[in-house]
Design a protein. Structure first.
Lengths: 214, 214, 214, 214
């Protein structure tokens, strides 16, 4: 079982990323549950704006998409900017629309069906819940199930202030609680779906929708 | 297995509710899958504003809350007003915060753990996705897992215009498709969780969070 | 010149309202600028759910609406619940849609044209900016102009924690800065509009829209 | 007097942009009011992710920022993707945070004070109001005043469908009405502020905030 993190910081390596430090804290918990982890720092890739799975020459999104298809658990992790997820988090949400074009020939299920997803958000202040709601909605439409309590966040008081690392977010009990709930529930639901997968035949339902609507 | 709908129209019975007509369409699909349904029209109850499970004298929320505890599948259905869910949908989201105070003595899991939830939104225009994102986030924090594609919506073109009934939303293929996906996936995940429930011990994790944070 | 605050706390008088304390801080600043203030605690009124200016028997919204029509400056002040404005704040936003039905016979301008509006949000944690964005958008559609930096907020760190009064929000420099900017800019724009009002003839533009669209 | 549009389509020139067609409709109205217009198609520029006014080598944001500083009226125009503004619209909102670092030495006012701003949103379906609310909030914090009814939008019915050009959005009466209101009110408020500018001394208020908070 594998958990993939998409770090949506605006900063390229090797700049320090608070979101990366927050992810590191989550990775420790996954490891205790014997789940392998991998993190992609999206800013280090050349990703084109768009809505398909491949936007052509030099577009490195297909590399990341393949990683998404090879994990059971996906976590989108983003800093807060302007009270919402980062522009990079929005950009990859748009690219993930391509997944919905890749339904299985037989049953129409997207390659992400029976995977689980969650969200992590960190920032110096206000905006985590709006970011989480947007991320979870997008991933839910794009084929993922969302386990109960599938998010974790750290934000400080209103106004400019310390971010996750400097604020010692790794010692903030509420944030650690959300992380523990998130990781344990993600692994639990991923296991439930491994044993008892959702087998909805979307192709059949598409036909039925057509009939109901004529 | 039972599915409960909370109709968050602003209008009391017996006024015509477009949201009620939309729910009726969903109920048909649940019945085909042998799932019983019940609908609560929240506006017909006397619900106090607040954040607890019981706001005292004359508050009828406890009646609704008991219905929530007795279903396996919960759908919050709301009309769009001001580009978002209705004030009644927001009011019950606030009341549902009380659920998080009622964790099991032994393992801390809220009474809603291992239930699944979804959202239905209808309106004459724009606002469905914002409403869905808010509803799903709230239900996810309040103990529900969200099956893949757990929402359905109908909205018309920008500006004043026909609502679900008059617009014949029940013949709008896209909306019916979202309904069919939603209902089938909700039933599928509810069954998966019946056989393979999430057994996270939140009390243990609370203790662990405390240790990690000292 | 008069500034009206609508306090959207969920709690009725005489319960302590953090939002009321936050408003008191804003009132002091208005008074320094010789602007009279009045605060309506919406929870103390019997307001019906709906979208018109008068929802009939026992509905006390008309009383509040008249106060809105008699001020030059309107501030919607709300606590954060579920990462967004309160259900009461949403309820009054829906009621204010009635304003758009009351355009002047000659020029179609709503009674709120040339008034200015702003938002104040307080909470123990995350959600201020989402609430502000929703409030300002609604008021802008309902006839108000929004002066630069027309909002103020206080929220604490992620998780349960102290609210405005206990956290001494009245000593939080960032929050006070936003309050000062808000009040001074609201008064400035209200004065600009008194001298140089917006005189757009909406009736003419309605006719023009019709012509452009045929 | 000059109005600047930032077209936040994801597509580079010369691909057809529905947002560009929508902007063209707005430009006609500005011209009738003798206001010059210019449109920047952001996707054609090399803009770095970040939060400052200059992100170094090859970053073309300073070119756009200069245009912003040289207009009286700014309109951010975006397509809807995932029920919200585009990633490019979010990216430039983040870059515009740099404006808040450039307060006047004497009075602290950002270079955008006394400019007015608005939002235009087009899409095949749902998401306009969420996008507008986010855009107007950001611009309001970044120094712009928002005239009454300062937005216009076109979206179609729920589900995949025609966008602005193919749907003949230029003949959709509601959309044209919002455009006319927006343009006329923007010009009116820009003129009011030219004659009666907001003169708030932010530096003084910063000092006062410090005193109030000690």
């Amino acid at each position: 079982m594998k958990a993939l993190f998409l770090n949506c910081t605006l900063k390229k390596s090797p700049e320090t990323s608070n979101t990366q430090a927050f992810i590191a804290q989550a990775e420790k918990i996954f490891k205790e549950l014997d789940v392998a982890t991998e993190t992609v720092r999206v800013a280090d890739y050349n990703i084109a704006f768009g809505n398909s799975s491949d936007e052509g020459e030099n577009d490195e999104w297909p590399t990341i998409l393949e990683k998404i298809y090879n994990c059971e658990i996906l976590i989108v992790a983003t800093p807060v900017w302007r009270g919402d997820r980062s522009a990079i988090a929005k950009m990859i949400a748009e690219r993930m629309d391509g997944i919905m074009e890749e339904g299985n020939d037989e049953n129409g299920r997207f390659p992400t069906y029976n995977k689980v997803a969650g969200a992590m958000v960190d920032g110096n202040e206000d905006g985590a819940k709006r970011a989480i709601a947007a991320i979870l909605f997008d991933l839910n439409e794009q084929g993922f199930s969302i386990p109960v309590n599938a998010f974790a966040y750290y934000v400080g008081k209103a106004g400019p202030g310390k971010s996750y690392i400097e604020a010692e977010g790794d010692k903030h009990e509420f944030t650690n609680k959300t992380l523990l709930y998130m990781v344990h529930n993600m692994v639990a639901l991923a296991k439930s779906l491994e044993k008892e997968p959702i087998k909805t035949n979307l192709k059949k339902l598409d036909k039925k929708a057509e009939e109901m609507s004529s």
